[in-house]
Write a protein that binds this ligand. Structure first.
Ligand SMILES: *Cc1c(COP(=O)(O)O)cnc(C)c1O
Length: 502
């Protein structure tokens, strides 16, 4: 299978090249030439396979320059029991016609692990296949979870360097500690004076900077990306939509062939795009609920066809969704326009020059046929966490609560009672302060002051009796190793400095 760019100005490339390079040279995103179809009996067979096998069988369809053995080596190393426990993607029953797909059983307690534990393995193999022998420099902009998951995945991986940039005031205490305590001879972590979009723009600019690329090549380095713009990160995420469907059938929540709805807490549009691809590949998905927080650019876009990023980025209790420019939407536009790269490039140009673009009515209608957009404010998020705990004894983290509430809005507005899987992207322990606030009676909470996030962790444990993840207990004892905070404009300079390039 070959891949080309959403902006149409790049050669067709094999998966190994695409994974190594991350972003297409014309600034677009790599997309596969076509999408394979998976039959229902094949979907159902996934119920009896290990998660590593299921991921390998999805990868095999796209990464045709890798052998089955190579893919199994990668997936077995990535989704080991030591890292993810018995089941990396369990489906929990919460309420009638509603289950939760928990994607946070990996080492960093957020769903990014589902792809980022695998990506380093794919990248090393891609590097060997493409035969150029450079050292790969991974640059990652993060709104919190990608940074840690990428650091954890790439730390001390041979022939790689990893540099992570996070907005200093835009991540939770636990997220910050997870990143600043990261050990490993090949890791660097920087706080950015700015927000996630500043960090992401900085990384994209470095990727597009020909002069820097030349300097690096001269010293035997090449850049790659661990953000969800990398196809190697997107493709493993298709898997859990299939496996959760098979599980729902086995549990009797639905019958084979029945339609389902997924509600996905959305930021950079990677997770929900994987669901869209799963639908394209034959999964009976009736509707995808695209859930946003108060940074509701995508909700507006789905409802009106106008993508307008000209606004302040708001800080919310679901920081991993605090994004105004969702990169992966470009892949959706490419798909719904039937691969009209010139049109996609024109919209993206408008977005970067004017801060907005508006799609034609046919494109708008095609998107609305599959996606339902809803956004959820801070108060509703808190209310939802408290209510679902009281009614069902289930603890939602703020990101998952946004998706849960969005699904409720969909049901209310559409009257559609189809079975729904809400995708849960983080452990409630990762955002313990917001969760506690939602669970505790305000007066009780006012009497308590926590001198560090770990006291709040123990309080949450006392209240819910949910087990504290091991990784969190270890974090309490870890030393802070990375303290540098830089201006977003200085990112290129800092990257060169870290690599020892003049
Ligand atoms: C990254 C992230 C999201 C958003 O996922 P996208 O693929 O960027 O849309 C939602 N929730 C959590 C906890 C995340 O870490």
């Amino acid at each position: 299978m070959l891949f080309w760019s959403t902006r149409g100005k790049s050669d067709m490339k094999s998966a190994a090249h695409v994974i190594k390079e991350g972003l297409a040279p014309d600034g677009g995103l790599f997309v596969p030439k076509n999408f394979p179809f998976i039959h229902m009996d094949e979907i159902m067979r996934m119920a009896n396979k290990s998660y590593a096998e299921c991921v390998a069988s999805i990868l095999q369809l796209f990464l045709t320059d890798f052998s089955r053995e190579e893919l199994m080596e990668c997936t077995e190393a990535a989704y080991s029991e030591a890292k993810f426990g018995e089941d990396p993607a369990p489906l929990r029953h919460v309420m009638e016609r509603t289950d939760v797909l928990e994607l946070w059983h990996g080492p960093t307690l957020a769903f990014k692990d589902m792809a980022l534990q695998l990506l380093p393995h794919l990248m090393i193999k891609s590097q060997k296949k493409t035969g150029s022998g450079e050292k790969i420099v991974i640059l990652a902009a993060t709104s919190g979870d990608t940074g840690k998951a990428a650091l954890d995945g790439f730390a001390d991986v041979e022939d790689t360097d990893i540099m992570v940039f996070y907005p200093t005031d835009g991540v939770s205490d636990i997220q910050k500690l997870q990143m600043t305590t990261q050990a490993g001879g090949n890791v660097s972590v920087f706080g950015i004076k700015g927000n996630f979009d500043d960090a992401q723009r900085g990384v994209k600019e470095i990727f597009g900077n020909g002069e820097m690329a030349e300097k690096l090549a001269g010293k035997g380095f090449c850049f790659s990306s661990a953000n969800s713009i990398n196809w190697g990160r997107l493709v493993p995420q298709i898997t859990y939509y299939f496996t959760s469907y098979a599980k729902a059938v086995v549990k009797g929540s639905i019958k084979e062939g029945d339609p389902v709805i997924f509600s996905v807490p959305t930021g950079n549009f990677g997770d929900i795009l994987a669901a869209y691809y799963a639908k394209k590949m034959g999964l009976p998905v009736k509707r995808l609920i695209c859930a946003s927080n108060s940074n509701n650019v995508i909700t507006e876009f789905i409802n009106t066809g106008m993508y307008d990023a000209r606004r302040e980025l708001l800080k919310t209790e679901s920081p991993s969704m605090d994004i105004l420019v969702s990169s992966n939407l470009e892949r959706l536009l490419y798909d719904v326009t039937g691969g009209d790269a010139a049109q996609v490039a024109a919209w993206m140009k408008e977005l970067s020059e004017k801060g907005f673009y508006e799609v034609d009515s046919a494109t708008e209608a095609a998107i609305q046929e599959v996606f339902f957009g809803a956004w959820v404010d801070e108060l509703e998020t808190e209310e939802t966490i408290g209510r679902i705990w009281n009614d069902y004894g289930y603890v939602l983290d703020p990101h998952t609560a946004v998706a849960w509430r969005a699904a409720e809005k969909y049901r209310f507005l559409s009257g559609d009672e189809t079975y729904c899987i809400t995708v849960s992207t983080a452990s409630p322990y990762k955002f313990n302060d917001s969760v506690l606030e939602a669970l505790e009676n305000e007066d009780e909470l006012k009497e308590k002051t926590f001198s560090n996030p770990f006291e709040a962790v123990r309080e949450l444990n006392k209240l819910t009796d949910w087990e504290i993840p091991q990784a969190l207990l270890q974090l309490e004892k870890a030393a802070v190793l990375h303290r540098e905070i830089i201006a977003a404009e200085d990112m290129p300079e800092v990257v060169l400095r870290e690599l020892g390039i003049e």
